[in-house]
Design a protein. Structure first.
Lengths: 115, 116
């Protein structure tokens, strides 16, 4: 059962363009959605996260748009740079609970930014 | 702050041998997680400790895999009688707290295990 799905599997954009990475989830109880960035040979690093009470979260060139009704979110990377080339993982969890809820990860989107 | 430390970074074992992977969480973090990452399965949760106590091991294969956290400064993941399908990157993560509206897991660089 794939609770978190990402698309596309891979994406190539030119330097300066906006990259759009998509994510959808099945469990309507999820309330916390982090995006992780992973470079080859390294562990994932938290890039930006959003709670389900918000519909948008912005941090510099990175913005999450969240649609609770459709259970979809997207990560927009504006003015993409070659250094942004990495794999991006969308994840989900139920954070506002006293019971443990694990982070469920999507399969990732491999982003290449061409100079 | 050195971040989450994992050793060794690479390990090669023969089929049937034992492998022990080590994790040192960020000082002061009460939550420790283990994940396994493969191309096919992606990032899979294995187990979770809170204040050194095992809380959830629902992702651990029932045979051959075990995890411990003997003190607040390190955790181990042990795989007995390793098989080629155990080949993966094993990631450890820690969090100051997890749940009750506290978030952010910090990942280590991982241990790449290759079983021949």
């Amino acid at each position: 059962q794939q609770q978190v799905r990402q698309s596309p599997q891979s994406l190539t954009v030119w330097e300066g363009e906006t990259a759009i990475l998509n994510c959808s989830y099945e469990n309507s109880a999820f309330d916390y959605f982090p995006w992780y960035q992973q470079f080859p040979g390294e562990g994932p690093a938290l890039l930006i996260a959003i709670r389900s009470v918000s519909d948008k979260k912005e941090d510099g060139r990175f913005t999450i748009f969240f649609n609770k009704r459709e259970k979809k979110l997207s990560l927009h990377i504006t003015d993409s740079q070659p250094g942004d080339s990495a794999t991006y993982f969308c994840a989900a969890s139920l954070i506002a609970s006293s019971s443990f809820s694990k982070l469920v990860f999507g399969q990732g989107t491999s982003l290449s930014v061409v100079p | 702050n050195a971040g989450v430390i994992q050793t060794p970074r690479h390990k090669v074992t023969g089929k049937g041998q034992e492998a022990t992977l080590w994790c040192e969480p960020i000082s002061g973090h009460s939550a420790v997680f283990w994940y396994r990452q493969t191309i096919v399965q992606g990032l899979e949760f294995l187990t979770y400790f809170r204040n050194q106590a095992p809380i959830d091991d629902s992702g651990m294969p029932k045979e051959r895999f075990s995890a411990q956290m003997p003190n607040q400064s390190h955790s181990t993941l042990k795989i007995q009688s390793t098989q080629p399908q155990d080949s993966a990157v094993y990631l450890c993560a820690s969090s100051l707290v997890w749940g009750l509206n506290q978030d952010t897991q910090y990942f280590g660089p991982g241990t790449r295990l290759l079983v021949l």
